[in-house]
Write a protein that binds this ligand. Sequence first.
Ligand code: SF4
Ligand code: SF4
Length: 509
Amino acid sequence: MIMTHPGLPELWGYLVWGFMLSLGVWSLFAATPAERPRRTLNLKTFRLTRPVLQLLLYSRWPLQLLKIIVVAIFLLVIVAGLYGTPIAERNLATVLTWNIWWAGLIVSVFFIGSAWCAVCPWDTLASWMVRPRLWLGKIHFKISNSLDLKVPRYLRNVWPALLMFVGLTWLELGIGVTTSPYATALLSLLMVVLATLGMALFRNKAFCRFVCPVGRTIGFYSQLAPVELRPIDTELCARCTTLECYNGTDKIDPCPTQLVMGSLSQNTYCTSCGNCARSCPQQNVSWRLRPPSQEAIADARPHWDEAWFMLGLLAMTTFHGLTMMPFWEQWMTAFAQMIGDSGQLLMSFSVGLFVSMLLPALLYALSVFMLQHFNANKKDFRSLFIGLVFVSLPLAFAYHLAHNLNHLVREGAGLLGMFKNPLGIGLEPLSMAEKHQRHFEMLISQDALFAIQGLLMMFGFWLAIKVLRHRGQRLLPEAGWRMLPMLLFIFLINGFNLWLLMQPMIMRM
Ligand code: SF4
Ligand code: SF4
């Protein structure tokens, strides 16, 4: 018997729809917004946060310590996956990787942007193997086992990350890695191998910059994060001739993704490693707070490959939700019978994945095409396509958060207990009674969860409208109600995601 989580109640559905309709109609006729001054708050100026920030930004030990802890947990996950019980819900490898880390990672972006990358065990292990540094008191040794090749021009984009993202989704949901501790451990090791290979072959961190699907996912979502690492005084950066933030120093590595702090305008490729802050001789780098949509609205520059990554993110997020609906398996079985697919239904799943990727992209392209015609071809298709695609970020992020919260809140309880027996030795599969019991051990109450989910869907819609109005105003200043095709796109995507959220969802394990 399949266990499901209840979906969002109808009342919340009506509330979100009511909000979307009112805001959508208002946005068509309200005056187009003027450019607003950029408001930020340097966290180093607060007495409460200054000491913590001072420690995190300029001392290497807190970060090193965190990295060692994360690597230790990661190695425990590998051991549990390889040698522990194959029962997914009893093995730390599957529970920690899929129920906690994968679900919690997206939630963390909402508060701390791409901070995960600063402690990522794949990158830490790769760095320890390829570019180790050893500190003996004040004496410091640096070894490089890298060929330090230049990344070929045709690979300097996020197409490899998009391919990896689709590939991982296929492994995760098609092959069912999420329900196999052994496969989870192998996949984790594969990521370490890829990160190590990338570092051994190329200079800086090519894997993080161009290939890693996790890094790019949180990188793009970080465009919406309320925090950013930026120069305190941009004039000081403008006068700087040594660029330690970019080049590094004897003791500190260069920026792994080749960003120059003085001209940094988006979080997308920042891995929050803090090298720039530690290497700047003027201590001119700090974390600051900002409005959450600022970057998607104005600062981020449009690029063709990035536009497709953002659309891919939108499609994959919805697809994840879709595969956890009870009707998905019925669809797959019916389709498999139609095409004569047998066994694991891999062919049917692959077709489903392909169609789910294609549909939002086609819908978006159609909306842009209609927009172009509504506005008498004043702007070319490509400029509109890459300029407005930022609306997909808040839509994907809001649904991703709302969906992952379900996993985290309903399936995350009891994790600490698992550390007593991480390999799950001698344990039986969860009985139906135990699964039912888990419904009552939620991290927050069900009503609170529904309220957060409903508000998140409103928040995503609101941000998407803001992005559309500001970016639209710059691309087509006179458009007004002629932005309707893009508005319909936002309605359809958010409406569909809301509908998914209102359905019962199958428990991951
Ligand atoms: S980009 Fe990927 S490999 Fe690099 S630090 Fe982030 S999660 Fe780790
Ligand atoms: S060195 Fe580069 S990647 Fe690291 S925190 Fe600074 S800007 Fe971000």
